[in-house]
Design a protein around this ligand. Sequence first.
Ligand code: PBG
Length: 331
Amino acid sequence: MTLNNFPLIRMRRTRSKKFIRNIVKENLLTVNDLIYPIFVTDGINKKEPINEMPGIFRYSLDLLKKEIKNILNLNIPAVAIFPKINDKLKNSSGTEALNKNNIVCNAIKLIKDTSNELGVLCDVALDPYTNHGHDGIIINEYIDNDETIKILCEQALIQTEAGCDIIAPSDMMDGRVKKIRETLEKNNFKNTLIMSYTAKYASSFYGPFRHAVGSSINFGKKDKSSYQMDFSNSKEAIREAELDISEGADMIIVKPGMPYLDIINKLNSRFNIPIFAYQVSGEYTMLMSAIEKGFLDKSVILETLTCFKRAGCTGVLTYFAPLVSKILNEE
Ligand code: PBG
């Protein structure tokens, strides 16, 4: 093909009017692509602002009910629940994660009592419940893989019994998807979905989230690089995906989102499974604080989320879900 074929080819023709731009559009974000992560806490009548995440709150369960109605009105298909529990309930093995009456289980029940329609996703990991902030239990100064999995299976089971639709292991232990799947099957939860955090990188973009759930690490090297992935790598992401899919994951997550679009793209070209991005707390905070200051226009929200679709995502977990739903519903 010769390159100097102007004016036979004018790329701007298909950009010249709105109707033709709409016709040639390849990717479109809809409200159905969104999962909204929501923070819950104990007490009553609490809607606590999260300092590091402008516009995001922790809800006590009585106020969560109102927020759920709001989410239903916006037609957002699913929420992900994240708890901030009282420090007094935390210990080194995160036993509160296995309390059938913990705040996550109660939040699931409340949401299911409010609506049958809204999908509920729950993280499987111990970090909101441990006093050291790690996702698993520590044996000989190491996050022990196999002992942690035993607890995670139980955590997944009690969340499922409470009514959770999608179990999302975010702990990055090896082999956990298989063990959780076997646990669910054994207990006759045949249609419980597993959305595995498959390529979860050790990232500083999780900082604001850790403030939100009170899980900042206070043990050892203060990072999660002995189980979460190294941001220098991509081949590992492919192996992680192969494993999680073979172990029975129904959907997989890449996390963080924006700086990892290449990983999404690679996985999408290799695997026939729905892929989700988690646009994490640090990404939200970067954008939202710039929007609030007037440094960026709020149209960046739709832009970033549509770019996830272009990279190959089926959907996105994003704190912008309500805001972007309003924008999409107005269009
Ligand atoms: C817990 C978990 C984390 C996030 C989701 N689940 C933090 C972490 O791994 O330290 C981060 C989400 C966000 O930053 O929005 N395992």
